[in-house]
Design a protein around this ligand. Structure first.
Ligand code: IVH
Length: 670
């Protein structure tokens, strides 16, 4: 076939395949047999193989996932992806609606969209001229990760918008939830169990894990789905409220949740809550509550947002799910900092669709407070995606054969005597050479919160330590291809990949490096503060307690811990070895400008810093400060006794930031 004919046929095939995929994955109402679909798909692949330059980004073939990425790029959101405030009972629902009426100074009936709260992952999709161009995770709300190629593999996400004759904006930014249906989750875990891979705790984690795959082919192999629930800029659509919007989005080919309803009264909202709670276990996917949103876009805009969440929406969470089971044993795990954590081994129990077999008992005081014994029947609870918790023993069910939980006096890993410092809840192994701590520190160093070295996850690190190849951090950078290739379960390819990512990790930023070291009381945020203050690693290691205390946001505990850490000769020896092995620590020259494009106006007095300091902070981060109200203002910061500007801002729909929200935004949490 000549190229021109192929191009024509390809267009036809794409159109047909998109139509049928929409019927199948979005409307759940297919009109051809699977076999016929496969036939069309094969034909498409054949032509595209023959004429690769005819492949378009909206071709259904793109859903199988292309070449793996090296890393995720950043994706800045055009408007922040906010979170939602939570309510838990009817009184709080009344507060929510009363506040809205007060704010709007109106008694008029308001229509609310009431939607299931999907327990998956928020994503943003950008369509240009009707074609999916970019997809991103929420990240911190301002900047997420670019996961376009991963999202292209999700069948319910249109690659090209439908709706012949509909007025599609040049640029449309939609938001929604990617999730893994229950069935897909169970099958995936079954498969993983057979292959000896660690299981996902719940569908939400499985969905997150599936999307954060550098190799989109892995994502493509997971049956993820998607529901749309918002657009970034509703005023750019032809719709004036959510009811119109959902109808419109449906016509464009998006999957809209069929359980969305519109309510005017508390009774209606309450009834829908009861209904959703009743049917939640029969749905093919997990929901953890419902979301209530003012439907009208004009009202939404007038209500505006706080820094964290819109004022016009709220999430009404379902109560946590509970179950009873038996504590069959208690293990003691030694963490990176030597903290010994008691972990209850439970008889496996299904808690709201998730099998639970372990629960942290936190520390000795918690065990005593709850009065737990081995052999006790206990109430366990799982709320959303948090780790399961043992609530209390059911004392009536005791038989007399229960045994006390003996807290060890020596480290279960190295037998060094444990200590519990005055006033602390945690019992610790203080042996600096404890193998368990060393292993956990190594896992942390190479893990997601550390240098994020691909191929050196928990299991592989355990293996490297067991085999004696790695004893401390510098050993990681001494690994050779031939060391790895011969290990059990490794091969040429995986060894090559791991060596390449180790090589890549050799160059890193000061903040990331400090964070990876896992110094006590020095988390990601403190590491970032340190890296902004000190010009180099040398300066940092030479700093005194006073120098550290000068850094804003660094307190006594962190300062003391840092001095301790860097005055230890083995730390310095390790750092020197790392540098000798070619580690390069870069200090960013230009600070990033997270507030770029934001225009701030202040009113009232701030009680945590002077207004000048606040202005300085905004400017340092690329934002602008103005003195009068205008449409350009993106944030009004309200201190004590704010004046007329507040009223004007409300009338103009300009978001008002409370002081604390502002301090958080500029990275000075209170
Ligand atoms: S609306 C500005 N609608 O809940 C409104 N969110 O706690 C922001 N979520 O990050 C979100 N179902 O991942 C909205 N029907 C729904 C939702 C929903 C689940 C998630 C979403 C968001 C989180 C906020």
């Amino acid at each position: 076939m000549d190229k021109k004919k192929a191009a024509e046929r390809l267009q036809e095939l794409r159109q047909q395949l998109s139509f049928h995929a929409h019927r199948y994955y979005v409307l759940d109402d297919p009109v051809i047999a699977d076999g016929e679909y496969d036939q069309l798909f094969r034909e498409l692949l054949e032509y595209e193989q023959q004429f690769p330059d005819l492949i378009t980004p909206d071709s259904p073939s793109q859903r199988v996932g292309g070449a793996p990425l090296d890393r995720f790029e950043e994706a800045r959101h055009s408007a922040p992806m906010l979170s939602l405030d939570n309510i838990f009972d009817q009184d709080e629902l009344l507060d929510f609606t009363a506040k809205i009426q007060r704010y709007l100074q109106s008694e008029a009936t308001i229509s609310y969209a009431v939607e299931p709260k999907l327990d998956g992952l928020a994503v943003e999709l950008i369509y240009e001229h009707g074609v999916l161009r970019q997809g991103a995770t929420r990240g911190d709300g301002l900047v997420g990760e670019d996961i376009t190629v991963q999202l292209q593999t999700v069948q319910a996400i249109p690659l090209k918008l439908l709706g012949e004759g509909l007025d599609i904006p040049e640029r449309l930014v939609v938001r929604g939830e990617v999730f893994l249906p229950r069935q897909g989750f169970f099958e995936l875990n079954q498969q993983r169990e057979e292959q000896g891979e660690p299981l996902f705790a719940n569908p939400r984690n499985a969905a997150a894990g599936s999307l954060r795959q550098l190799d989109p082919k892995v994502t493509a192999s997971r049956p993820l789905s998607f529901f749309v629930y918002a657009v970034a800029e509703p005023t750019l659509t032809p719709c004036s409220d959510l009811e119109e919007l959902f109808f419109w989005l449906g016509r464009l080919g998006f999957r809209v949740n069929p359980l969305i309803t519109f309510c005017q009264t508390h009774e209606e909202i309450r009834a829908q809550y009861d209904y959703l709670q009743q049917v939640r276990h029969d749905l093919g996917y997990e929901i953890d509550g419902m979301v209530i949103k003012v439907s009208d876009f004009g009202l939404q805009q007038r209500l505006g947002n706080t820094a964290r969440a819109p004022r016009w929406a709220v999430a009404w969470k379902f109560p946590a799910v509970q179950a009873t089971t038996v504590i069959s044993d208690v293990l003691f795990q030694v963490g990176r900092t030597g903290a010994v954590t008691p972990v209850a081994v439970l008889e496996p129990v299904n808690v709201g669709g998730v099998m639970v077999q372990r629960a942290s008992l936190h520390n000795r005081d918690e065990i005593e407070r709850k009065g737990l014994l081995i052999g006790d029947t206990v109430l366990v609870q799982r709320a959303g995606d948090v780790i399961p918790e043992v609530i209390k023993p059911i004392v009536d069910r005791r038989t007399g054969s229960e045994q006390p939980i003996e807290f060890p006096v020596r480290c279960p890993e190295c037998a060094h005597p444990l200590v519990r410092p005055e006033g602390e809840a945690v019992t610790r192994c203080v042996n600096g050479h404890c193998p368990a701590q060393r292993l956990q520190s190594l896992i942390y160093f190479a893990g997601k919160s550390g240098l994020d070295i691909d191929g050196l996850g928990r299991r592989n690190m355990e293996q490297l330590v067991e085999s004696g190849l790695v004893e401390d951090i510098p050993d990681i950078f001494n690994l050779k291809h031939e060391d790895l290739a011969v290990l059990d379960g490794w091969g040429e390819k995986s060894a090559e990949k791991a060596i390449a990512s180790i090589e890549k990790a050799k160059t890193t930023s000061l903040s990331r490096f400090i964070g990876a070291l896992g110094v006590r009381y020095v988390g990601e945020v403190t590491a970032e503060l340190l890296s902004r203050h000190f010009a180099s690693l040398d300066e940092l290691t030479a700093a005194t307690r006073e120098d550290f205390l000068e850094v804003e946001g660094i307190g006594e505990q962190a300062a003391a811990s840092l001095v301790d850490y860097f005055s230890d000769s083995s730390t310095m020896e390790m750092l020197n070895r790392l540098l000798q092995l070619g580690m390069v620590i870069v200090v960013p020259e230009t600070a990033d400008n997270p507030l770029d494009g934001h225009v701030f106006l202040f009113t009232g007095t701030l009680d945590k810093m002077s207004r000048n300091e606040a202005k300085q902070l905004v400017k340092e981060q690329g934002g602008q400060v103005v003195s009068g109200i205008s449409k350009r203002v993106t944030h009004l910061v309200a201190g004590e006794k704010g004046g007329s500007k507040l009223k004007k801002a409300a009338a103009m729909g300009i978001p008002v930031l409370e002081q604390d929200d502002f301090f958080r935004l500029v990275g000075k949490p209170v």
